[in-house]
Design a protein around this ligand. Structure first.
Ligand code: 1GP
Length: 252
């Protein structure tokens, strides 16, 4: 089954999917096997891999190692064109639709397209909406665009619907990694009531309750990254997965 159908099936069976973002620059490779084993046992549905910068990490070898440890999907969450690797299952083909920077609306896509074709991985076209989260985040800075005002859910809804009409498969409401404030629940609700494609929500989610509220307001996929870069939090992975899986019958 391809990754798109897998995610749709998880959403339909469990109420929502839970993905963990792995940054090869930040996760100690010695600890990867333990971490992935806990994730698999705790109900995590898959992994995003990527980072705004790649200073020490290597996407290709990291993803290969990840795939040797789990059958769960490994999806590239690209910080740049050179993070395309054939060792992944799929890539979020991100368009920063909250901004008006042509590099992130078409420029990078042109550069990445032949690399993705050569890699032979599945393309998940995604409208990426960077939401103001209290202070400047890496995603905002690196995208060279203004974030969406957090008190304007109607702008987010109209923007997301435009992306759906353009044929995108997912909307990603992004507060930014390590954000002070998460994407407002009202914005998740407004976008999900306008759109029929799955809404991914991430950035600054540090508790199962916060994750569950996003799902209750219509999120189809929850992403956490930063929180589990601290090993002391690993015991909470199961609680996050249970909070996201709002449907009790969780057989896929
Ligand atoms: C960032 O949405 C992801 O792109 C995850 O954010 O690292 O804050 O969980 P956190």
């Amino acid at each position: 089954m391809n990754t798109y159908n897998y995610l749709k099936n998880v959403i339909s069976a469990k109420g929502a999917a839970y993905l963990i973002l792995l940054d090869p620059d930040k996760l100690n490779e010695d600890k990867l096997a333990d971490f992935i084993s806990i994730c698999s046992r705790s109900g995590v549905d898959g992994f995003l891999i990527g980072g705004s910068l790649m200073i020490n990490g290597d996407m290709s070898s990291f993803t290969k190692r990840l795939k040797s440890l789990t059958d769960l999907p490994a999806i590239i969450f690209p910080g740049s064109v050179n993070q395309v690797t054939p060792t992944a299952d799929a890539i979020l083909y991100l368009s920063v639709i909250s901004g008006r920077n042509p590099e992130h609306l078409i420029g990078k896509h042109v550069l990445a397209a032949p690399l993705i074709k050569k890699a032979g991985i599945e393309v998940l076209s995604t409208g990426y909406i960077i939401v103001d989260s209290g202070s400047m985040t890496t995603a905002q800075y690196m995208s060279g665009s203004f974030p969406m005002p957090r008190n304007k859910p109607e702008i987010a809804a109209a923007t997301a619907l435009a992306a759906e009409f353009m044929g995108m498969k997912f909307i990603y409401l992004e507060a930014g990694s390590g954000a002070e404030l998460t994407v407002p629940d009202e914005m998740v609700k407004a976008v999900s009531s306008f759109c029929s494609i799955p809404i991914i929500v991430g950035g600054g989610i540090k508790s199962p309750d916060v994750a569950r509220n996003k799902v209750k307001n219509g999120a189809g996929i929850i992403v956490t990254g930063n929180f589990f870069e601290n090993e002391n939090n690993w015991h909470l992975i199961k609680d996050f997965a249970s909070a996201v899986h709002v449907k009790k019958s969780s057989l896929v």
